[in-house]
Design a binder for this molecule. Structure first.
Ligand SMILES: [Cu+2]
Length: 477
C-alpha cells in the first residue's frame, strides 16, 4: 500500500514535469497518412483538427527565381516553394513526417534543408542534400511543440540564407493552440545587394556587405512591398490576431513591434513560455515568436523592426488595416489643438472663427502655415522641405505636389501610403494622417506651395472640405 502511494506520487511528479511538452516517443500512435497543406506567406494553413497523430507527407520544392525586392529592384532569390519566406508548414506534435525535398531542374545549385523542429543530425541537412532535378526523402518524428525556423544549410550557408532560403514550421502542441480569428505569417530577412537601397534594376548579391553585416534591405516577407498597399494585412475591430513571426537573418536580430498595439500574449522565441503585455519582442536570427493581440479600435497598425532606421530606410515596414467602429474611450484621436505660448505662460485656445479671420489674407496664411509645418511636417520632410532620400519625399520643387493640389490636400488630410514617384524617385512609405484642422491643412499647404520654388498656389479651408475624407485611414481625427 505504502509503496503504491509513493509510486503514484512519483508518477504524478514526473507527469508534472514533463506533462507540458510530453516528449515521449511512445505515447503517440500513428494512424493513417495525409499530405500536409502548405501555404505561401502571409497565409497560414488552417489549424489541425484531427485528434490523432498521422504519417504526414510534406513536399517542398526548391526554386531559384528573380523577383522584386523593392519597386523596380530585381534580385535572384533562392526559395523553398517559390516564395520568401518559404511555404508555411503546419504539423502536430507526435506526427511522423515524411519529408520530400525536390530541387527544380532549372536550379543551378544543390540545396538542402535544416529544420529546427527536427531532432537528428543537422536537422535533416545531410539527408536532404539535393542536386538540381533530384528529390531527397527522409523522415522524422515531431517531438517538441513550438514554432521553428527551417533554412538551407548548403555551403556557403550564409549565402543560401541571404538569398531567402528560410521559412517556418509550426509544431502544434497535442491539444492545439487556442482559437483566434486570424493568423498571419510574417518573416524578416536582411539582404545584401551591390547597389544601394532603392537603386533600380537588377541587383546581384554582395558577399562583402554580408560578411560585414551591413544589409542594404531589411524586409518582411522578402520585399519592401509585401505587406503594404493592397498587400496590407487585414483585421476587424473585436478580432484576435495571431502572428507567426520568424527571422531568417542571416545576420540581424529583430526587435519586432507593432505600432499602435500591445501584444496580449507572446510565446517567447516560439516556445512554451507564455508572456503577457509585451511591447516589443526579440526574434533572434534563426528564431521565431508567436504574438497575439485583440484589435480594439480601427487604425493602420504598423509592423516594424524597432531598430528603426531599418524601418524607415531599409524597408522593414508592414501594415495591418483594422476596420470597424470607433471606441473613443479606448482611443479618442486628437481632441484639442491649442497654441502653447511658453512666454505668456498660458495655453491659449484658438477658436475656429478667430483662426479663420486671422487666415484671411495670404501673408497670414503663410505665417500660420509655417508654424504648422515646423511642428507637424519638418520631422520627416525636413525644415528645408528637401526630405530624406529613400525615406521621405521632398516637398521642395516636388512634381507630385505641384501637379495636383487635390491629391496634396488628400495626403495631408487622410495620410498617404503605397508607391509614389516624386521627381523620378520612387517612395513606398507611410505618411500618417495627422489629424489637423481644415484651417491648419489649408495654411500648411499654402506655406509649402509658397516656398522652395513651388507653384505659389493658395489653399482655402473650403478647398480642404471639397476633398473627401477617407474613412479607412485612421491615423487620426
Ligand atoms: Cu540552398
Amino acid at each position: 500500500m505504502y509503496k503504491w502511494v509513493v509510486g503514484t506520487a512519483i508518477l504524478a511528479l514526473l507527469a508534472g514535469c514533463f506533462g507540458d511538452n510530453s516528449n515521449s516517443v511512445m505515447s503517440s500512435e500513428i494512424k493513417g497518412q495525409e499530405d500536409a497543406v502548405l501555404t505561401a506567406p502571409p497565409n497560414v494553413p488552417p489549424p489541425i483538427s484531427r485528434k490523432h497523430n498521422t504519417k504526414l507527407i510534406v513536399k517542398l520544392d526548391v526554386i531559384e527565381k528573380k523577383m522584386n525586392i523593392s519597386e523596380g529592384v530585381e534580385y535572384t532569390f533562392w526559395t523553398f516553394g517559390g516564395t520568401v519566406p518559404g511555404s508555411f508548414i503546419r504539423i502536430k506534435e507526435g506526427d511522423q513526417v515524411e519529408f520530400h525535398l525536390r530541387n527544380h531542374p532549372t536550379s543551378k545549385m544543390p540545396h538542402n534543408i535544416d529544420l529546427h523542429a527536427v531532432t537528428g543530425q543537422g536537422g535533416g541537412a545531410g539527408a536532404s542534400f539535393t542536386l538540381p532535378g533530384h528529390e531527397s526523402v527522409f523522415s522524422f518524428k515531431a517531438l517538441n511543440a513550438g514554432l521553428y525556423v527551417y533554412h538551407c544549410a548548403t555551403a556557403p550557408v550564409g549565402m543560401h540564407i541571404a538569398n531567402g532560403m528560410y521559412g517556418l514550421i509550426l509544431v502544434e502542441p497535442k491539444n492545439g493552440l487556442p482559437k483566434v480569428d486570424r493568423e498571419y505569417y510574417v518573416m524578416q530577412g536582411d539582404f545584401y545587394t551591390k547597389g544601394k537601397f532603392g537603386i533600380q534594376g537588377y541587383q546581384p548579391f554582395d558577399m562583402e556587405k554580408a560578411i560585414d553585416e551591413k544589409p542594404t534591405y531589411v524586409v518582411f516577407n522578402g520585399s519592401t512591398m509585401s505587406l503594404t498597399g493592397d498587400n496590407a494585412l487585414k483585421a476587424k475591430v473585436g478580432e484576435t490576431v495571431r502572428l507567426f513571426v520568424g527571422n531568417g537573418g542571416p545576420n540581424l536580430v529583430s526587435s519586432f513591434h507593432v505600432i499602435g498595439e500591445i501584444f496580449d500574449n507572446v510565446y517567447r522565441e516560439g516556445g512554451s513560455q507564455l508572456d503577457h503585455n509585451i511591447q516589443t519582442t526579440l526574434v533572434p536570427a534563426g528564431g521565431a515568436a508567436i504574438v497575439e493581440y485583440k484589435v480594439e479600435v480601427p487604425s493602420n497598425l504598423i509592423l516594424v523592426d524597432h531598430s528603426i532606421f531599418r524601418t524607415f530606410n531599409k524597408g522593414s515596414l508592414g501594415l495591418m488595416k483594422v476596420e470597424g467602429a470607433e471606441n473613443k474611450e479606448v482611443y479618442s484621436g486628437k481632441t484639442a489643438d491649442n497654441v502653447y505660448l511658453p512666454e505668456g505662460g498660458a495655453i491659449q485656445k484658438i477658436n475656429e472663427s478667430e483662426q479663420i479671420s486671422k487666415a484671411l489674407n495670404v501673408e497670414d496664411q503663410i505665417k500660420l502655415g509655417k508654424n504648422v509645418f515646423v511642428k507637424n511636417c519638418a520631422a520627416c520632410h525636413q525644415l528645408d522641405g528637401k526630405g530624406v532620400k529613400g525615406a521621405f519625399p521632398p516637398l521642395a520643387a516636388s512634381d507630385w505636389l505641384n501637379q495636383d493640389q487635390k491629391r496634396a490636400i488628400s495626403a495631408v488630410k487622410n495620410g498617404l501610403s503605397g508607391n509614389l514617384k516624386v521627381n523620378g524617385e520612387v517612395y513606398n512609405g507611410v505618411m500618417p494622417a495627422l489629424g489637423l484642422s481644415r484651417e491648419d491643412i489649408a495654411n500648411v499647404l499654402t506655406y509649402v506651395y509658397s516656398e522652395w520654388g513651388n507653384s505659389k498656389k493658395v489653399i482655402k479651408p473650403s478647398d480642404v472640405d471639397a476633398v473627401p475624407a477617407k474613412a479607412s485611414d485612421n491615423g487620426g481625427h
